[in-house]
Design a binder for this molecule. Sequence first.
Ligand code: KIV
Ligand code: ZN
Length: 394
Amino acid sequence: MKPNQIKIQDVTLRDGNQALRRPWTLDEKIEVFDLLVALNVDGIEVGFPSSNETEFVASKTLAKRAPVGIPIAGLSRANETEIARTWEAIQYANKPRMHIVYPVSDFSIRHVLKISEAEVIQKIRKSVSFARSIVGPDVEIQFSGEHFGDAIENFSFTKDAFLAAIEAGANIINLPNTVERYRPMVFVNMVKEMKDFIGDRAKVSVHTHNDLGMATATSVECVYVGAEQIEVALNGLGERAGNTNLYETAIALHQNGESLGINFQRIYPTAKRIAEMTDIPIGEKTPIIGDDIFSHRSGIHQDGVAKTIKQTKGAYRTFSPEFVGRNDSETISFTNQSGHRAIQFLLEKRGVSVSNEEIHRLFERAKAISSNENNREITEGELVDLVSNYVTAS
Ligand code: KIV
Ligand code: ZN
């Protein structure tokens, strides 16, 4: 069961920001907000307004700046003072969304909250009803059951907790994998059971963290059991190993035929800017945005790449660099792992044409140089020099 339209809700300015070594200033938050608007995400969580004055001012400023129709969420703990403060900040948005979080896992209830399950339900009811009383009937209220993914022992209790939130006025139930501990399908099955239980009484959202590196997979699969909203972050920012990565999630869903409003060409410039703004570099092998992800070095791959380079579907490419706004292209480089095709491809790129026999000889020569010199890469320029110094001379 898949929803008609999947909503991409960004939490970079809240979960991402709260985990930065130096949280962003107001001006920086404005810049990130504008990047998110340009990416055309479906909704933006702008901050945690009750946590400090900067967050309050930033959330209020961004709420006022928000384009019409984009849900602008502010996170609050489940107490009246903080909910009121959050509302003070986000009420200026064209479409404000109150987001309340309270733990629901057995572990957190017993070891962190140290209260009974009945008290948890009471706290949820009281805080959500209070929020409903101040925001009025038309504003969305999202309730997150923190540590939902860890609520295996008390899963049936979590149903009561979410039902209490819905009865008190919540219309979005967010299911966080606050700490990723189990297999993706364990979480996906929990989301499925919860969606079946909730039905049309509220929208179901997922929010996953990447402690085991499976947040994207987990969130993407949740769409196919009924999750209507996925919470994501730019560059996978967020607590510890981060949140579900916006770029990976959007491309994965797009590749699987889902239609999203995301402006895919904005992905790469956005990622680069966020890396600068956070001082968190992008790894060379990072999916979608890493420097090395369009390089091909083995002979088998190079042959497939060279034969399909002009086709929409490449033998060793899921999407093209241009699709995500990159201005580089697929590259073939020569090492002692490479094949004849690499020589031909690289020379043709330089406008040098040689016979098949010469390619064969060049290949043997270039491979020997690479192997004798610690398996190093042989550059295009060196290959061109080899043509004049070696092939033509012999
Ligand atoms: O990870 C988490 O549980 C959260 C909630 C506020 C949704 O960030
Ligand atoms: Zn989180």
